[in-house]
Design a protein around this ligand. Sequence first.
Ligand code: SAH
Length: 369
Amino acid sequence: MFRGELREVPADLQPAEIVQVEDMRGHIVGAGYANPASSILVRLLTRGTALPSPDWAKAQLLRAIARRKERMGDVPDLRLVHSEADGLPGLVVERIAGYAIVSPDTLGAEELLLPWLLPEIEALAPNGVVLRALAPIRQREGLAPRLEMLRGRAPQAPVVAQEGDIRYEVDLFGGQKTGHYFDQRENRALCRSLAAGRRVLDVFSYTGGFAIAAALGGASEVMAVDSSEEALQTLERNAALNGAAVAVREENAFDLLRQLVRDKEQYDLIVLDPPPFARGKDHLDAALRAYKEINLRAMRLLAPGGYLLTASCSHAVSLADFLAVVDDAAQDAGVPLTRIAVRGPAPDHPVRVEVPESDYLHLLALQRD
Ligand code: SAH
């Protein structure tokens, strides 16, 4: 709850203190952790009179794990806790290669939830627990970046994450561009299922999530495009690790798409998975223009019968916005398309109805006539 939403705030409110919030009539709304240094003064953890405790936190974690198991089976590497959407605001926990990677974004997550859950998290991760708390948003909570081992010894080299039968190198202790985007797991599987015999272009490829899936799905040719040399070097190692043939191009995607249209290239499957163009509502218009541009160009590159898988992971761009911008691009491109699927993130990134921020990833699958 924002400071402005609260009428009376005790002057001696302590950082990471558990507080109860009352409504105007004196009824207890729920309890949460406070951060006097943040504009979000209290984040609610429980409703009604129940108080958050280590046992409460453990129950949240166990529920998160059970839900994933129900939907995904026994998956070794995945996101185990997705912050507020799993009832643990500010805390993200992933497991990769037997390591737990914990990322608290808020003071309460770092000072309360993490210590409460550390024994359970440790039990889920035989190789150790990495605290990877580098998100810029921590500044708003008065927190400095941290990257350290909480338990166990640091891996001496990048580790390998498993996604189905595909393996990806992940540098747990690397710079900023690390990690693996588990949220696209099922969308990569869709890509793989559509790829047989097709000429594939994976734009904003990062370390090759979609490109490698397409190659293993029997694509006749795969080209991956990214502006990051480091990501493409990892992609090449990942391709080798999986016996996949992928050509890479280090370019600005906007320029390259324009060039490919000029060269009259054609592809049978194009993936667009850009970074979030809109970080906040202020950037929405510019973001929508950027989405329109790349989608319009990609549509022009589609061969007859070709597929376009196009994603947005901008929190500020709703599904309705994204559908509209893609429709608009199709109109302008004059390309007849059938929408064959509208998809969200994998089950380890649950979309919680009352948490709009959790509904951030949209992927549309379209097919040209
Ligand atoms: N599809 C990937 C994730 C993409 S993340 C996967 O499945 O894992 C977004 C990527 O876009 C990053 O690797 C970033 O380097 C790249 N990127 C950002 N701006 C770019 C631009 N203008 N041109 C090309 N790549 C860009």
